[in-house]
Design a binder for this molecule. Structure first.
Ligand code: C5P
Length: 403
């Protein structure tokens, strides 16, 4: 699986550095070559001697080492790799990466690289949950850095429990393998924009119109597409489920914000509009909380139509994605309604599903879908939302190949 892959391993200064010795062995067992770069703090925990013995290569440690810079240098070091893995990634290293600081060999190599970066954070739980770290992690994710861990459990130094333990070597290996699998996946090189979840349409600053969409199906599609190697932008309404892995997530609240975010994510090869966008919003939402006026009469709620994102993209003349897929959540006349949507919204395919309360689809983990195209209707059995996502991704890859 990792045969011939070149990995630059940046070892940061944390007690978890001892686990990277095992990581090096596991990677080399699988055919990867590992070149190690240690920060000076890392050398307080493990020695370049043991790291070098395991990589069977020279270990790079100092930015201002004349020999290092002469032979290889931080630029070449960071480019002569297929993947850079930072393990353990300390709070300090994450902060430097997020802010573009480059004052030692590790941080300069990380800034100079044009290669994908996977980080395995390890730090005290208080440091991991600190708002500064959360900000840095969010920034790095937005920049396209991949994460594995941290896990929860007991800390080596303090015995404290919480989230902050570095992922185990075999988990890091699995993440590295998944990275390379995605690179040769059926959607590698394709860009996909996906909407998911409900929208919230304000009535006043504290009240809003919403719906019961959980975002599970749209998020599952985003994750499956990323696993297949696609470059995925997920535009999500307010949901309580976690972000899918290796996906750029743009959070929005209203339909109008969702349309703006989708437009910003174009051009793309594929658009999948799985969000349950509110068809209407309150006209002239109040800037103040609406109060009872004592008359006993409720205020009138006047609605106005939201933009139809799918129709805007599907019927868009220039820059239309090659494949535009919509969803149709119905409680009756499933196929008829889906066919009408296919036509009206300019979609290539509508994934139709029955969301009557007795089906449990809304918020549940299973889905029974029918795919409606101009060529006909394909019926799928009841599957988990993850399976629906995987099948859909396979179908999309086939469609793109044919096109
Ligand atoms: O008309 P209906 O809301 O049932 O259509 C569902 C499809 O249209 C879904 O793909 C949904 O994401 C999309 N849609 C949209 N913008 C809207 C309403 C629906 O993108 N305002």
């Amino acid at each position: 699986m990792l045969d011939g892959k070149r990995i630059l391993l940046v070892i940061g200064g944390g007690i978890a550095a001892y686990k990277t010795l095992d990581l090096i062995r596991r990677l080399r067992e699988r055919g990867a070559s590992v070149r190690a770069l240690m920060t000076s703090a890392a050398q307080e925990f493990i020695t370049p001697l043991s790291v070098g013995a395991l990589t069977a290569d020279r270990v790079f440690t100092d930015l201002f080492d004349r020999e290092d810079e002469h032979d290889v240098g931080h630029i070449r070091l960071s480019r002569e790799a297929d993947l850079i893995v930072v393990a353990p990634a300390t709070a300090d290293l994450l902060a430097k990466m997020a802010h573009g600081l480059a004052n030692d060999l590790a941080s300069t190599a990380l800034m100079a690289t044009d290669k994908p970066v996977l980080v395995a954070p390890a730090m005290n739980p208080a440091m991991w949950s600190h708002p500064a770290t959360s900000r840095n992690v969010a920034q790095l994710k937005a920049d396209g850095t991949s994460f594995i861990g941290p896990n929860s459990g007991e800390m080596a130094e303090s015995g404290e429990a919480g989230v902050g333990r570095m992922a185990e070597p075999l988990e890091i290996v699995a993440a590295i393998e998944a990275h390379f699998a995605a690179q040769s996946g059926p959607l590698s090189g394709r860009s996909i924009v996906i909407t998911s979840g409900p929208t919230h349409e304000p009535i006043d600053p504290v009240r809003y119109i919403a719906n019961r969409s959980s975002g599970k199906q749209g998020h599952a599609i985003a994750e499956a597409a990323a696993r297949a190697g696609a470059d995925v932008t997920l535009v999500s309404g307010p949901v309580t489920i976690p972000d899918p892995k290796d996906v750029k997530v743009v959070r929005v609240e209203t339909a109008r914000e969702m349309l703006e975010a989708v437009n910003a994510a174009l051009p793309a090869d594929v658009a999948i509009m799985a969000a349950a966008v509110a068809d209407w919003r309150a006209e002239g939402a109040s800037g103040q909380k609406i109060k009872k006026d004592g008359s006993g009469k409720p205020p009138a709620l006047k609605l106005t139509e939201n933009p139809d994102i799918l129709a805007t993209i599907g019927n868009g003349a220039s820059g239309r994605p090659r494949l535009v897929i919509g969803f149709a959540a119905e409680t009756g006349n499933l196929i008829e309604n889906a066919r009408a949507k296919l036509e009206r919204k300019g979609a290539d395919m509508i994934v139709a599903n029955d969301v009557s309360p007795e089906t449990g689809v809304m918020g549940g983990d299973a889905n029974t879908v029918r795919l409606v195209t101009k060529d006909g209707v394909e019926e799928w059995p009841t599957l988990s939302k993850r399976e629906v996502a995987e099948r859909l991704v396979t179908l999309i890859a086939d469609c793109l190949k044919e096109a």
